[in-house]
Design a protein. Sequence first.
Length: 154
Amino acid sequence: MNKNSPTIVALLLFASVCAQTFAETSDGVIRVKSQHSVVGTVAKLESALESQGMTVFDRVSHSDGAANVGLELRPTVLVVFGNPKVGSPLMQCQQLAALDLPQKALAYEDADGQVWLAYNDPQYIARRHSVTGCDEVVNKISKALADFSKAATE
């Protein structure tokens, strides 16, 4: 083993933990593993959003909706939120981006009982709608969503 081996092993271990906690796939969805229940994750998310001046427009419990029609669904809650100061600049770059706004985050429990918080990757939204010349706006939204997700899931 050379002198860099412990550093390499530590980096690989860190990358493995990050991959398990934060997963982005080619479908444009970012998934963050939560340490809380769906209800707890949603409560922490809404608190983080409101503390930063975001408006929570709605909370949709898909599992409650399923129960209302006699179907069973693991805990699944969608939070719809936004702020015109953040979303409008993206729409100024490409008005079709409004199809994906306001933002949404889904807290759900998977088949193994693990809770996740998922949201659309702003970079993917930008590619989907051919947004150009707005890297600063997209990066700002990406950072904000990552921060909200961290606050909700840790």
